[in-house]
Design a protein around this ligand. Structure first.
Ligand code: CMC
Length: 431
């Protein structure tokens, strides 16, 4: 953190308090209120953290006004165009782009941790076949702490490193196994001669009865989806991981907490909800009806895949995905896919509607990802698991950053209490 050169003065009744102001390398200045309660006896109030920086971080920066997303300073469109997922994982985890040897070593380490303990397969079999894959993944990731005892001591940097590699390497295997289980097909073991995305596609779509050849263009599109979802600074699931880890809990338990948080429809669950919405709209002529519902204050319906807490401009990830959707659908010969037509027209209509313009509601990452994933053959229930797989590296990078900070404190927010004040217990016969 930079030294404070500025300060703000807060006056409460007759007393004044100086609050240091820090200037980040990018983004708005930050008011330091850490000593406020001790000095002034008041808390700040910010449900939803709309004005609160919960930590300092060097990993990811978003300029929501400009629609800019940087990982360690590198813009997401350059990373999506020129790099690939495992290189971006290295960048997020270690802070710099790797040399060729460093990348080779990292890929080797990830590739050779892809299998999961064979006994973990029994966990999957305990679930109902119609369970949502996210329910299974939440449970199985948490269960990793029961299998990998030698990488649960968070005070040991080496164990933290091993846990990080294990999570990145095994997440595709776990997600693919959850999928295979829900469709009643045998699990497909990982293949270490394939790249990360190709291996995942094969584990999802191969069956023992025949050969499966990964289409390199689809593997590239898959890799790009992983890359675009890799990290997104202090979003709800990342903050969940940080809060869970602040108690010293083991990394597998903390990442399971992140997976659970991601599942919600306002966060990672929006890609599934968005595709279901596009299906419900069905045809272009029904768009005005849904736009009207989204604008109606008395209707809880929202346009899924639209709006973002931080982006008040186009989500740069959506721009890359829109182009990717065109490429993938053309490759698969389904460029006239009715859902894509509805999506494009819905986007056009909303971007020209004063309601969406005034509220700065633009398509987000979830708007086009579902169309690509569906065209690849994934059911909607797999969209959020794929997001979880991709985001695992972001959660881990943020977790490692936090745990390595000697000043780390347990996260313990305060509250504005509005309940009953002290009163005496009343015996049941007198109530
Ligand atoms: N459709 C219609 N109106 C909307 C929408 C939408 N998708 N999003 C926001 N609004 C309106 C909202 O009703 C509110 O209006 P008013 O000021 O009149 O009350 C205003 O815009 C601000 O909304 P908010 O809920 O206060 O904003 P927020 O920052 O708390 O919420 C959001 C952000 C992403 C939860 C929200 O935009 C939303 O629910 N979008 C749909 C779900 C979605 O696509 N989520 C994926 C987010 S990106 C991937 C990820 O991070 O996981």
């Amino acid at each position: 953190m930079t030294d404070s050169k500025k300060s703000a003065t807060l006056t409460i009744d007759d007393a004044s308090f100086d609050l240091p102001i820090y200037s980040p390398t990018a983004g708005p200045d930050v008011l330091d209120i850490r000593k406020l309660y001790a000095q002034a006896g008041v808390f700040t109030y910010d449900p939803g953290f709309t004005s609160t920086a919960s930590c300092d971080s060097t990993i990811t920066f978003i300029d929501g006004g400009k629609g800019e997303l940087l990982h360690r300073g590198y813009p997401i469109d350059q990373l999506a165009g020129k790099s690939h997922y495992l290189e971006v994982c290295y960048l997020l985890l270690y802070g710099e782009l790797p040399s060729a040897t460093e990348l080779e070593d990292f890929e080797e380490r990830v590739t050779h941790h892809t299998m999961i303990h064979e006994q973990m397969a029994n966990f999957f079999r305990g679930f109902r076949r119609d369970a949502h894959p996210m329910a299974i993944i939440t449970g199985v990731v948490g269960a990793m702490s029961a299998f990998y005892h030698d990488s649960t001591d968070v005070s040991d940097p080496w164990q933290r490193e091993v846990a990080s590699i294990r999570l990145i390497a095994k997440m595709p295997t776990i997600v693919a196994m959850a999928y295979k289980y829900t469709i009643g097909q045998p699990f497909v073991y990982p293949r270490n001669d394939l790249d990360y995305a190709s291996n995942f596609l094969r584990m999802c779509f191969a069956v023992p009865a025949e050969e499966y050849e990964v289409n390199p263009i689809l593997a590239r599109a898959m890799d790009r989806i992983f890359t675009l979802h890799a990290d997104h600074e202090q979003n709800a699931s990342t903050s969940t991981v940080r809060l869970a880890s602040s108690s010293g809990a083991n990394p597998f338990a903390c990442i399971a907490a992140g997976v659970a948080c991601l599942w919600g429809p306002a966060h990672g669950g929006a890609n599934q909800a968005c595709l279901e919405m596009l299906r419900e709209i069905g045809t272009v002529d029904r768009i005005p009806e849904f736009i009207a519902r989204a604008k109606d204050k008395d209707d809880p319906f929202r346009l899924m895949g639209f709006g973002h807490r931080v982006y008040k401009n186009v989500d740069p990830r959506a721009t890359v995905l829109k182009q990717s959707a065109d490429e993938v659908l053309e490759l698969l010969g389904v460029e006239n896919n009715p859902l894509l037509q509805v999506a494009k027209e819905l986007e056009r209509t909303a971007l020209n509607d004063p309601y969406f313009v005034e509220k700065k509601l633009f398509p987000n990452v979830d708007f086009y990802s579902g169309i690509i994933l569906e065209a690849m053959g994934f059911p909607t229930s797999m969209f959020t698991p794929i997001f979880a797989l991709s985001r695992t590296v972001g959660w881990i990078s943020q977790w490692k950053e936090m745990i390595s900070d000697p000043g780390m404190k347990i996260g313990r927010p305060r509250q504005l209490y509005t309940g009953a004040t002290l009163r005496d217990y009343v015996d049941i016969e007198n109530r």
